[in-house]
Design a binder for this molecule. Structure first.
Ligand code: ADP
Ligand code: ZN
Ligand code: ZN
Length: 752
């Protein structure tokens, strides 16, 4: 009986073909094996997605696979199932999904394990006692090497570099011992461990407070029975900032490890949450070698090694950003998504998946519990908890009874009135005095402004001309450090003109402000104190962020000024004041989530204050002090915010009550983009069920980006399938000009 394999061919298109499995490899292939196959008159690489007995086709008619590439499959059947779900839900080719599931370093056959020379003792030792004794007198170096290997690791190869460190100049002795048949010199895989230098002190579990204990108890009940008879509901762990969610995660993971299962932890972005990662490493210091960390700063070689470490069952805890949800862990016992509301879990190119939602599906497939944790849950998750799809766990007190910081609002409209020229200063009187007071008391301050650069634009005072990016419909931002105008969308740069390009007036001036300008101002106001700026411009060098945060922790820096890079997961007990310089920045975006995002950001940033013994204070500068997002954040009132926001969403039929599908039509030619969007809308309308809401095609808020004009159509419906199925159908029938691209985005986060 011949077995056949369904093979997904590498490449941009979804090509899946059947091949016969030759008898000699039949026992070695599995779902997820990488193979070489004949394709027309060439050969191609691919991945086996299914194996079965071919009944419809005569097996003799199938071409056989040419070769099996690895002895271990690179995908588990569960991951293949997950990939199929993503392809269907996000309406994306399976091949595109597999590209995300398997890192490039693993798929492309260009990387391999790094190997180095190692010495392995032969057992039993061919020398007798007399011979060894005589070695000691006649060849002491050889005797030394032999003794070292016998005591160091008699059963496994030891790298020559290790031996040489102990016994300098050991090479001739090793050669001689090899000749005598005492040892062999082999190649051994040398893992590129990016964290090899880390050395963490073990931290011990804290005694839990009653709320934490209750949460852990509910979760544990499901951990005990993995794989559960039926998949448990995901847990939504809603805990105010500093309530000890992380401690609950750590103890839940311990339970999983005790059962010899593995755990997967997603964090928004590793580089921005170094302290969180450190806490995990510290708690599980005794199995440090079995913790894998996946993030975007790994080299291809490091990624290859970390991935294989997981695949070969040598990792028991994986911590990573978005794509770590695909880590090939076996016996998965728990998935944790920390800060589940974070936008960075949504991938902004195909497949446009949301790692939180993929996590809940993976939990169902693996039949293991999933914890979604946040101080400010997304309204999607909150709604799911309200209607019983998720199991809600609440921590409403800070652990160890620290009080939440006091939040005060500085009304910047008054600041403008106070000044003769009517131009408000960037620092309110409130905030300036509060900073002085804290500096005086030897405490530290965090200032937050979510806009980098020096000035937001260069404007002619004479004719009103604004320097715009020539590829995007946004003004260019002035960056003082390299005296350039920079586009924050596409990265285009140009020299700032001295004269207005339109009217040649020399009155061209900067307007608006970013972190660079505030940094200057802080140096003037608070000189004598060390100030550090943390944003994408200042943190280009590897490790720069880590070093800056370390200096801040060591109190070598008094004021830390930054963008959202400092909003998350940082824990500095000596920070007693947090200033939010412009709370309105995200509030007036054309996006139904603008209020939600602002509320989340303010709450997260405010949560950085008062993590030590002294009460923290937060000052929020705003021009719209009455806005609900600001008022509810001020009172630490998540429930209040959700209760006032959800009725709007319901009334206007937005998520979480309906799913959205945003279709963006792009082209370098404006008319062509618009025309194609109109054609698509016209064909789509009759194909959709009546329950689906469809907007007219409209220019995107960001109408031009990186040289592409953009038009969008938004669909909304309780069912994603009711939108994606007809869309796929219509897209198959329609043909667009070659330079037109249609991009569907299910459950979109960016509406720009
Ligand atoms: P979250 O993850 O909810 O922001 P953390 O886990 O960071 O909260 O906890 C905040 C602080 O409280 C940390 O310093 C942590 O060590 C401490 N903590 C957490 N749980 C306890 C506990 N049960 N007893 C004492 N301190 C605790
Ligand atoms: Zn001008
Ligand atoms: Zn641009």
């Amino acid at each position: 009986m011949t077995l056949s394999a369904s093979v997904l061919i590498d490449g941009p298109r979804h090509l899946e073909f059947s091949y016969a499995i030759p008898d000699d490899v039949a026992n070695h292939v599995a779902i997820g094996s990488r193979v070489r196959v004949p394709l027309q008159n060439r050969s191609a690489f691919g991945t086996i997605l299914a194996i079965g007995e071919e009944t419809q086709i005569d097996p003799a008619s199938l071409k056989p696979l040419t070769a099996l590439l690895d002895d271990q499959p690179v995908l588990t059947p569960n991951l293949v199932q997950l990939a199929r779900w993503i392809a269907a839900y996000y309406s994306t080719a399976l091949e595109t999904v597999i590209r995300s599931v398997l890192p490039e370093a693993v798929r492309s056959n260009s990387h391999s394990f790094k190997k180095r020379k190692a010495a392995q003792l032969i057992s039993p030792c061919p020398l007798d006692k007399v011979q060894i004794d005589s070695l000691q007198t006649r060849a002491p170096r050889q005797a030394e090497v032999l003794a070292f290997l016998q005591s160091h690791s008699p059963d496994s190869p030891t790298f020559l570099t290790t031996i040489n460190k102990e016994i300098p100049g050991a090479a001739p002795a090793l050669k001689a011992l090899e000749k005598k048949g005492v040892l062999t010199l082999t190649d051994k895989v040398a893992p590129r461990d990016p964290h090899a230098a880390d050395n963490f002190l073990q931290s011990n579990p804290l005694p839990l407070n009653p709320q934490q204990a209750g949460a852990l108890h509910s979760i544990s009940q499901h951990i005990l029975s993995v794989p559960a008879p039926s998949p448990p509901k995901p847990f939504l762990l809603h805990g105010v900032t500093g309530s000890g969610k992380t401690e609950v995660y750590l103890q839940a993971i311990q339970k999983v490890l005790d059962l010899n299962q593995t755990a997967l932890v997603l964090v928004p972005e590793i580089a921005l949450t170094p302290q969180t990662v450190e806490r995990f490493k510290r708690r599980f210091a005794s199995i440090q070698q079995q913790i894998a960390v996946l993030h975007s700063h790994l080299s291809q070689g490091e990624r290859f090694d970390e991935w294989h470490k997981i695949n070969q069952k040598n990792a028991r805890v994986v911590i990573g950003a978005r794509s770590a949800i695909f880590a090939p862990l076996n016996r998965l016992g728990l998935i944790i998504v920390d800060e589940e509301h974070e936008n960075s879990y949504k991938q902004e190119n195909p497949p446009r998946y949301h790692a939180r939602d993929v996590a809940t599906v993976r939990g169902q497939i693996e039949k293991c519990p999933v914890i979604l944790g946040s101080a400010t849950p997304s309204l999607e998750s909150w709604h799911n908890a309200q209607r019983g799809k998720y199991h809600l766990l609440t921590l409403d007190q800070r652990a160890d009874d620290r009080k939440l910081p006091l939040i005060r609002v500085a009304d910047m409209r008054n600041e403008a009135r106070k000044k003769k020229d009517g131009i408000p200063s960037l620092l309110s009187e409130h905030l300036r005095i509060a900073i002085l007071k804290r500096l005086d008391q030897n405490e530290q301050v965090i200032l937050f402004l979510n806009r980098r650069g020096f000035a937001t634009s260069l404007v002619c005072q004479e004719c009103g001309y604004v320097c715009q990016c020539r590829h995007c419909s946004v003004p260019l931002t002035f960056h003082r450090t390299d005296e350039k105008l920079l586009c924050h969308i596409c990265g285009f740069q140009q020299v700032a003109p001295a004269k207005c390009p339109e009217c040649h007036s020399r009155t061209i001036r900067f307007s608006g402000y970013g972190t660079q300008k505030i940094e200057d101002l802080l140096h003037d106001e608070f000189h004598g104190h060390r100030i550090a700026r943390v944003d994408a411009d200042s943190m280009r060098r590897k490790n720069e962020l880590r070093d800056t945060l370390r200096d801040f922790k060591a109190r070598k820096i008094q004021i830390l000024l930054g963008t959202q890079m400092i909003a998350k997961g940082l824990h500095f007990p000596n920070v007693t004041l947090v200033g939010i310089l412009n709370a309105d920045l995200g509030l007036h975006m054309p996006d139904f989530r603008a209020g939600e995002r602002t509320f989340q950001l303010l709450t997260q940033v405010a949560g950085r204050a008062g993590r030590g013994d002294r009460l923290g204070e937060v000052i929020v500068q705003t021009h719209t002090p009455q806005h609900p997002a600001i008022q509810f954040a001020r009172h630490h009132d998540y429930h209040g915010f959700a209760e006032q926001e959800l009725p709007f969403r319901k009334e206007f039929q937005y998520p979480p009550y309906l799913h959205a599908l945003l279709i963006t039509v792009r082209s370098p030619h404006e008319r062509r983009a618009q025309f194609s969007a109109e054609t698509l809308a016209k064909r789509l309308r009759p194909a959709l069920p009546e329950s689906v809401l469809v907007t007219d095609p409209l220019p995107s808020p960001l109408v031009k980006a990186a040289g592409q004009f953009r038009f969008q159509i938004m669909l909304r419906s309780p069912s994603t399938k009711a939108m994606t199925d007809p869309l796929s159908q219509v897209l198959q029938e329609l043909s667009f000009p070659e330079d037109v691209l249609v991009v569907p985005d299910i459950d979109p986060y960016s509406l720009m």
